[in-house]
Design a protein around this ligand. Structure first.
Ligand SMILES: [Zn+2]
Length: 146
């Protein structure tokens, strides 16, 4: 799949090889757990169950490693995607930061095209909107009270 914005190929979070590695590790872990269960099920004493218990721990670790590897694989690729999107958006964000940091004459009266109210340039109701200077003839904003 390709993105519309950059035209570059999108890397899937998980591919078949990651799936196969994860499933193989989990299957081996579950088989080891089953083997440990079968080895310990007829033994009544703790001493006889120590070996199968150790085997069960190994099986649990293998199954958990399969799950953890699966999640880390997806997390790593998600981080790469996030960095790629951030690199694409950084020039746009930089332009926005420059525009937002421009000084505003708070006493200047402005309006938005087609609006019926006039505001102070620093009014929150017109912040970030394209404004035009205005004089009399419009209703005063009830928020900024020019
Ligand atoms: Zn206002």
């Amino acid at each position: 799949m390709r993105t519309a914005a950059t035209g570059s190929a999108v890397e899937q979070l998980w591919d078949r090889s990651a799936l196969h590695r994860s499933v193989a590790s989990m299957v081996v872990g579950v088989l080891v757990l089953l083997w440990a269960f079968l080895a310990a099920r007829g033994d009544a004493t703790f001493r006889e169950q120590i070996g199968p218990l150790n085997l069960a721990v190994v099986g649990g670790v293998l199954a958990g490693a399969g799950q953890g590897g699966w999640l880390l694989h997806g997390r790593r690729r998600l981080g790469r995607r996030r960095r790629a999107v951030h690199q694409h958006l950084e020039p746009l964000l930089a332009r926005h930061r420059v525009a937002a940091s421009a000084p505003v004459d708070s006493h200047a009266l402005v309006t938005v095209a087609g609006a019926t109210r006039r505001h102070r340039a620093a009014c929150l109701l017109v912040a970030g909107k394209p404004t035009i200077p205005t004089g009399d003839g419009l209703v005063d904003c009830e928020v900024c009270r020019p």
